[in-house]
Write a protein that binds this ligand. Sequence first.
Ligand SMILES: NC(=O)c1ccc[n+]([C@@H]2O[C@H](COP(=O)([O-])OP(=O)(O)OC[C@H]3O[C@@H](n4cnc5c(N)ncnc54)[C@H](O)[C@@H]3O)[C@@H](O)[C@H]2O)c1
Length: 278
Amino acid sequence: MMKQVVVLVGAGSIGVAIARRVAAGKHLVLADYSLANAQAAAQTLENAGFACSIQQCDLGSKEDILKLVKYATSQGDVTNLINAAGVSPSQAPVERILQVDLYGTSVLLEEFGKVIAPGGSGVVISSQSGHRLPALPQEQNDALAMTPADELLELPFLRDISDTLKAYQYSKRCNVLRVMYEATRWGKRCATINSISPGIIITPLANDELHGPRKDGYLKMIAGMPARRAGTPDEVGDLAEFLMSSRGRFISGADFLIDGGCTASYWYGDLQYLKSTH
Ligand SMILES: NC(=O)c1ccc[n+]([C@@H]2O[C@H](COP(=O)([O-])OP(=O)(O)OC[C@H]3O[C@@H](n4cnc5c(N)ncnc54)[C@H](O)[C@@H]3O)[C@@H](O)[C@H]2O)c1
């Protein structure tokens, strides 16, 4: 019998929380740009009974993604894809954010959409940040959703982006649109694909933001949002588990905000002051 394989790209806090919930009894491929992160996650998970292997993979590189597809399919049937890799606005320049978060995610969905097993499922971790961009012109939405992945970075309105927050927001908006586009292709293989848009979740990535140039804004935002606290990777894991379980089979091409009410408050509540700064 072929093994069932779960591929996790981005073996960080959110990714590992999801993998713990969906990878029991399957083979888990931990792919990360940082081998040290992948190794650390593998060690923890192996000590908890998971069967893992690791692969170095830069989500921003198509060559690496193709190698990952080849490796994962050599291990068995790829039943699940989790994309929880990404770089935040304080971690990288504009070009790198677009390369990894926008382009890389699009290539990953395209390539795993060719091999995902029947009945399989995937989740992409987007962000509440994408929900803060005002509505884009329909032709920009269409372009982000449907432009062949290899041509995405040539789109003129992406080439005009000069600040890292905008690059992140466009990337995360693109993730949601790309998932909508891919739902049809994945559906032809009887597989589902969805995105999750977390708010502030305490992880090393969020800690970089909490200690970076936007620190004060972050703390004020946390104090002002409906939940009055940041979230945890496990809470995102619970949502992803539902989407990837048998109970989530009627859900595809959809995006789920899990942000303690932050986005609602940004548009229509106490956090409206942020509109002038974001
Ligand atoms: N933590 C939050 O508050 C928050 C909020 C919204 C969205 N997100 C998104 O969640 C995802 C996971 O982040 P996290 O909070 O778990 O952070 P994390 O730092 O715990 O994990 C991120 C992982 O991605 C890996 N990574 C970075 N660049 C990569 C690349 N080019 N190729 C492959 N792997 C790469 C890192 O090495 C790390 O292991 C990211 O896409 C992030 O944008 C996080």
